[in-house]
Design a protein around this ligand. Structure first.
Ligand code: G3P
Ligand code: MG
Length: 250
């Protein structure tokens, strides 16, 4: 049953990779901007460096946002600190670093923010990525605050999280493969489903709700579409433009 899991109270708006519409994704400036835009929650992508440090990065390789050859998992965290994470987005962001998960979580703690932590492991690093994230949270996340939400497209990550850290709520990310959502969400003891918004129909939203799941959908940047989704029964909109969505949905 869906609700054997820890529950999660989803916010209306989550800042996708920070305020990534106007700042380089998954960087500290993007999270500071999300806070400035009024976001109480962010979503971001976590994987490991070669030496096992959890950090924020979306792609498995360095090309798109760091302009380098190679894979994240083949560089130590110290080596990655010499790489760009901001210049690709605009010259004014040159020098922006790839942040550690610890730095980003400390920012959330200091500012009373909550996080949807997406496990985006490099190939074959599903177990270690979850373990590193859980270890860090157990060390630094205040015990008196609701636990952050975990999400992933990788069932293995949700399975490991379910087994080693059952008190953290889990969201099942889906793209266009929806045939098995119910069995998967039950098996992985999820609190929420995180579907791609283009796959959502009123009937599907109804089915998710009737089965007891929260719904957080990605990535919605059109206010008209966001209102339509909320009217269908979607709980939470993951967006690159948090201020626009907060305004549109309040
Ligand atoms: O968690 C929602 C969304 O971030 C999933 O897709 O590729 O942006 O990580 P992606
Ligand atoms: Mg993501």
């Amino acid at each position: 049953m869906a609700n054997a899991t820890p529950v999660v109270t989803l916010p209306r708006v989550q800042a996708h990779r920070g305020a990534s519409g106007v700042r380089p994704e998954n960087t500290m400036t993007s999270f500071r901007e999300a806070l400035a835009q009024g976001a109480s929650w962010t979503e971001f992508d976590v994987k490991l460096s070669k030496d096992g440090v959890p950090l924020l990065y979306h792609d498995k390789d360095l090309k798109r946002t760091s302009g380098r050859e190679g894979l994240i998992k083949d560089f130590t965290f110290a080596e990655l600190q010499d790489f760009e994470a901001g210049a690709w987005f605009g010259a004014e962001y040159a020098g922006e670093k790839i942040p550690s998960f610890e730095e980003v979580m400390q920012f959330h703690i200091d500012n009373g923010m909550q996080a949807n932590i997406e496990f985006k492991p490099s190939d074959g690093e599903e177990d270690e990525t979850v373990k590193a994230v859980v270890e860090m949270l157990e060390r630094i996340w205040p015990k008196d605050r609701p636990k952050p939400l975990f999400s992933s497209f990788k069932h293995r990550c949700l399975e490991v999280a379910r087994d080693i850290a059952p008190a953290y709520p889990r969201g099942l990310l889906t793209y266009d493969e929806l045939d098995n959502w119910k069995a998967d969400a039950e098996r992985l003891v999820c609190a929420a489903i995180h579907p791609w918004h283009k796959t959502l129909t009123p009937d599907l939203v109804k089915a998710f709700k009737q089965a007891g799941y929260g719904i957080a959908t990605y990535t919605v940047n059109d206010p008209v579409r966001a209102r339509e989704l909320v009217a269908m029964g979607v709980d939470s909109i993951i967006t690159d433009h948090p201020a626009v969505m907060i305004d549109a949905l309040s």
